[in-house]
Structures are given as C-alpha cells and as structure tokens.
Ligand binder design. Structure first.
Ligand code: CS2
Ligand code: MG
Length: 402
C-alpha cells in the first residue's frame, strides 16, 4: 500500500487549522492535525515544500520507519515546526492503519485501559464572583475537573481569562496585542480565589490552575505553597521550562502537583523533568510532539517515573488532534487528565467526529481509524486569516516571560 497523494488543507472556521490528508493507492485516506498557533503557514510550507515530495510512493504501512526517516533524515532535528509536520504525517498514517485493519486506533495501541477519558473544562472570570458562577456551570455540565483562571485586580487583561465564557480564543488579533503583567499582584490574589472556590464547592472537584509560564522558580514555589490548603490537582506551566533543572527548586518547596509541557515537542524537552520526578503531569500532545508514535514514547518514559499524562487540548488544536489524543488517552496505563475546550459549531462541521462528551468524560468512539474526517468543500469556504497570540510586558515595559 503506497502513498499516492498528500495534501495540505488550510482552513479558518473561526480560527486557523492546518490539516494533512494522505491518500493511498488503494483509496484509503488518513488525516493529521498540523496546526501551530500563530505560525500556521510555516508548517504548511514545511509539509508541502519539503515533506510531501518524500512521502509519495512510500509504503503507507511503515509508520515507525517514516517517523525515523523524517526525524533523522532532515539533519535539523526537533523544533515546533518540524515536529508538528512530522506529527501530521504520523497521525494520518495511524488513521490509515486503523481503517485498513477495520479497528479504532486505540485497539492497535493495546486496547482500552479505562472506560472513558476524564476531561477538564475552563472556568474563567474577570473577578471571583464570575469565577464562582463559571465553576458552578462546569460542575453542572457534569465536569469533574475544572481549570480556574481569574482576572487580577489592577491588571487590565489577564491571559487565559477569555472574554467569551464558553468559546475561548487567545489568538485575538491580526498582529499581536500586548498585555501588562505584575507577579506581585497575581501572587497576592490567587490564594483568595481558590479559598472562595473551595468554600463554595467543597473538597471533591478537581481544581487546576494555569500560570502560563509567568513566574520565576522561587515565585512559583511561593505560589505552590500558598495554594496547598486548596489541594489543587495541578499548577500548570509555573515557569518557562527551557531550564529543566529549575524545577528542582520549585519541588523542594511545595507539594502542589506540577503539570508542564504544552510547548514541548520531543522527549528531550522533558527527559530530566520526568527522570528526576520533578513534575506530576506531562502536557505534551499529539500535534506538537511528533504524533502518536512519539507521544506514546514520552508517556512510556513518564509511566516509569510516576508521571501521568495531561495532554493539552485547547481550541487551537483541531478536532483531528483531539480524536488522536483520545485514542492514546484511553489506552495508556498512566493517563491523568485531558484538557477539553469546546470547538465552535463551524469547526465541528468542518471536522465531523465520533468522539462525544458525556458526564465529565470524553468517549473516542469505535470507528476504524481516528474517528474524524475533514469536509473539504466546507473547509474551502473559510480562507486563512492571520491571527496571533498576545505578548506580555511588565509594568515598566519589559517584555516578559512567555
Ligand atoms: C493554554 C492554551 O490551554 C492551555 O493550557 O495554555 O490556551 C495556550 O495558551 C494556547 O493553546 C496557545 O496556543
Ligand atoms: Mg496551558
């Protein structure tokens, strides 16, 4: 079974998505997400100009060999653009293999390790009262785990606190907007937020919080310690993670669990974090970490060191990524949590899928392959529109950590 065609489809049903579609000489098709928020066309070009010519005529059944060929063969290893492109090829080939076998991909990965995938939703509010309303709404929808983000008094806009309550889109402008940050105001406010959430909703709901890489290790240690009474499931991305050793300092000072990794693209980004048990959840995901093949490698390493999965699932990852992530989530032994933000109806129409939300869980479905397709005619109605994530400055104008 040879690869006869491979095409990149760029569409913007409310936000930009890049998808690779591979067709084999016997007519099977597979798709892979290739969306890199704010840098979409770089991956589209990497695929069309440099990867598609290498795929034509290759054996579509050789997933591992193709992964190694694209990773090693480029000479220039790693990086988000390269690894997102490799992820798209890998995901599409798993989709094809599932369709060829007549099995959902999780059956090829060893079958189910659980009945369903526990997900967390996002409760955002400009102030604590709004946050409480939103947490209540998510719990009312059946969610068992809720991420809590709150505006900070004295700061105009806070990244991660969406303006729209249900549909969250941080890439909000054709050129990057800018917001101002104060670690002092933030560190002062967060314990109040979580005290009120626990007072209102009690000890059972899993509560999470995303720091979006804003702190230094010692500040993160202080935040973790101050949130200990509220028993968070995780504190996410407390510091930028290029310096993996930096997490030793956080770990020495707090028992608040740590989740990191939505920007990781290979196992090398979290190798020390995992081996030294400096984190509790690794948030790498299919589209940005080399596809199902490489992400499973990361999760297998994590499993040996008491680290569980907590895959990124923001709306800038397409339903193709979500479908693939669920195939892994349901099969690996060390699943932790899956982030789940609702895509808009326009996006769901472009990417019809079998996964469904029920009672706080996602169910991947039992369709052969990934259980997701792309409606190309509909996709063509939504041309690419430039959109960037905001940048961040301290109150004195210094560009801040991201
Ligand atoms: C966030 C994301 O979901 C998350 O945890 O950190 O909103 C992230 O900022 C975006 O996916 C970036 O593209
Ligand atoms: Mg995050």
């Amino acid at each position: 079974m040879r690869i006869a065609d491979a095409r990149v489809i760029v569409t913007c049903p409310g936000r930009n998505f890049v998808t690779l579609k591979i067709t084999t000489d016997d007519g099977l098709t597979g798709i892979g997400d290739a969306t890199l928020n704010g840098r979409e066309l770089a991956v589209a070009s990497y695929l069309s100009d440099h990867v598609v010519p290498l795929l034509l005529g290759r054996d579509a059944q050789r997933i591992e060999d193709t992964w190694q060929y694209l990773y090693r063969g480029a000479y220039w290893r790693r990086g988000p653009v390269t690894m997102t492109a490799i992820a798209a090829v890998d995901t599409a080939l798993w989709d094809i293999k599932g369709k060829q076998a007549g099995l959902p991909v999780h059956q090829l990965l060893g079958g189910r390790s659980r009945d369903a995938v526990t997900v967390y939703g996002h409760a955002n509010g400009e102030d604590v009262d709004n946050v409480l309303t939103e947490v209540g709404r998510y719990l009312g929808l059946g969610y068992r785990a809720v991420r809590v983000q709150c505006g900070i008094p004295g700061i105009e806009t806070t990244y991660g606190v969406g303006k729209d309550r249900f549909f969250y889109e941080p890439a909000d402008a054709a050129l990057p907007s800018e917001s101002v940050w104060s670690s002092e105001r933030y560190l002062d406010h967060m314990p109040t937020v979580f005290r009120r959430v626990r007072d209102e909703f009690g000890p059972v709901p899993k509560l999470l919080h995303d720091v979006h890489h804003r702190l230094t290790p010692i500040e993160a240690a202080r935040l973790g310690a101050s949130l200990e009474p509220f028993a968070l499931t995780w504190m996410e991305d407390p510091v930028p993670a290029e310096l993996q050793e930096g997490f030793r300092l956080i770990r020495r000072h707090t028992t608040t669990p740590i989740a990191v990794g939505e920007v990781f693209n290979t196992i090398w980004d979290c190798d020390l974090l995992i081996r030294e048990q400096l984190i509790d959840y690794v948030r790498a995901t299919v589209v940005h970490a080399g596809g199902i093949t490489h992400l499973r490698r990361i999760f297998d390493l994590a499993a040996l060191h008491h680290v569980r999965s907590g895959s990124h699932g923001a709306t800038d990852l397409s339903p193709v990524c979500m479908a693939a992530a669920l195939q892994l989530d349901i099969s690996i032994p060390n699943f932790g949590l899956q982030e789940y933000m609702h895509h808009t109806d326009e996006t769901d129409a472009v990417f019809p899928h079998t996964y469904r939300f029920e009672d706080g869980y996602l169910h991947p479905g039992d369709e052969p392959g990934l259980g997701v397709e792309i409606d190309e005619e509909l996709a063509a109605e939504y041309p690419y529109a430039p959109a960037y994530l905001p940048t961040n400055r301290l109150e004195d104008g210094t560009v801040h950590s991201w």
